[in-house]
Design a protein around this ligand. Structure first.
Ligand SMILES: [Zn+2]
Length: 143
């Protein structure tokens, strides 16, 4: 089962290996830890500002991020299990280009909480939040 899951998500795992190697070579890997909770992730803490990348079972996170971001990335990891070889196409491109890059390019004048609400309200971020059990408190849209 483990081997099948690994192969099902092979493009992500190959990509993760390349990213891990590059970050290691650059001396940016702080630590690597296994997480026992499903879906059994490997968290790689890195020095790379603003980074939160989920590739199969491997999750790269900037050292500055806290627990909610870990949960969010774990949600993407569940999506990787669901989409398998289509993850990078369906989830990866939507998240990296149409959410992350889009926000960085077009929302520079927005307030931080507006950007956060926009970002985590979109596909596949809102779904990743739900899968990972993230609670983003506060706004009910009344102000
Ligand atoms: Zn995300």
């Amino acid at each position: 089962m483990k081997a099948l899951l690994f192969l099902w998500q092979f493009p992500q795992h190959l990509f993760a290996l390349l990213v891990w190697g590059a970050l290691r070579t650059a001396g940016r890997v702080v630590r690597t830890e296994r997480d026992g909770a499903p879906p059994g992730n490997v968290f790689i803490t890195v020095r790379a500002r603003g980074w939160g990348v989920s590739l199969g079972r491997y999750i790269f996170l900037d050292a500055g991020y806290g627990g909610e971001t870990r949960k969010h990335e774990r949600g993407h990891s569940w999506q990787s299990r669901i989409f398998g070889p289509l993850y990078l196409l369906v989830i990866g491109i939507a998240s990296a280009v149409f959410n992350n890059l889009w926000d960085r390019v077009f929302h520079t004048g927005w307030a931080a909480d507006r950007r956060t609400a926009w970002y985590y309200g979109r596909f596949p971020e809102a779904w990743a939040d739900r899968l990972g059990g993230v609670r983003r408190g506060g706004h009910d849209g009344s102000d």
